[in-house]
Write a protein that binds this ligand. Structure first.
Ligand code: GDP
Length: 195
């Protein structure tokens, strides 16, 4: 997809604030610091639309970005940040769960995993749960440029095996630094929204 236009619409703290135009939505989830903001910026060809946050775990909102008047990216709060209290964690869980289970216009969840590390317990929980509710999911392994090409295959294998991914499930090795994976991911998104 050629992105001609992208804009930040709202940081929603409740469902009443979600856009009501029924355009397709692509949600993005992952641990704090996994590279979600950077991926959004790279996918949209913007430098700083999604702020690369220096305070991980702070934002407990759903951030909606409108693209070409055609679809939304919905940035979910990063999980797994140690300094968040149990109570905040519980609230986060409910908020996200409600969105992911009830939102009709949601077409695909992108689960971001740092390609250099084995997926965490939280990553696994998220992956299993999203599959369980039947929402289409694609795994995006981020920060590929941070390791030598010779290690890609090994790390991809670890991520896929730890998650227990079926062989042909959508998986993308990505770098916000170099743009690796961008076109492939856009193709998949287009397919998911029937573009
Ligand atoms: P978020 O908390 O998931 O939104 O993560 P950010 O997008 O803020 O990224 C966290 C840190 O990782 C920042 O310092 C980014 O510059 C860095 N980062 C994110 N993606 C990449 C990538 O593809 N390559 C490299 N080298 N660094 C990245």
């Amino acid at each position: 997809m050629k992105v001609n236009q992208s804009e930040f619409i709202i940081s929603a703290v409740s469902p009443s604030q979600y856009p009501q135009d029924a355009l397709p939505e692509i949600a993005l989830a992952g641990r704090s610091n996994v590279g979600k903001s950077s991926l959004i910026n790279r996918m949209l060809g913007r430098r700083n639309l999604a702020r690369t946050s220096s305070q991980p775990g702070k934002t407990q909102t759903l951030n909606f970005y409108l693209i070409n008047q055609d679809l939304y990216f919905v940035d979910l709060p990063g999980y797994g940040y140690a300094k968040v209290s149990q109570e905040q964690r519980r609230k986060w869980g409910q908020f996200i769960e409600q969105y992911l289970t009830n939102r009709e216009s949601l077409k695909l969840l992108l689960l971001l995993i740092d390609s250099r590390h084995e997926p965490s317990k939280d990553d696994l929980l998220m992956y299993d749960w999203v599959r369980h509710i039947g929402l289409p999911i694609a795994v995006v392994a981020t920060k590929a440029d941070k390791m030598p090409r010779s290690q890609w295959q090994k790390h991809v294998k670890v991520v896929k095996e730890t998650l227990g991914m079926p062989k042909d499930d959508p998986f993308f090795l990505f770098s916000s630094e170099t743009g690796m994976g961008k076109e492939e991911l856009w193709s998949h998104i287009e397919q998911a929204i029937g573009y």
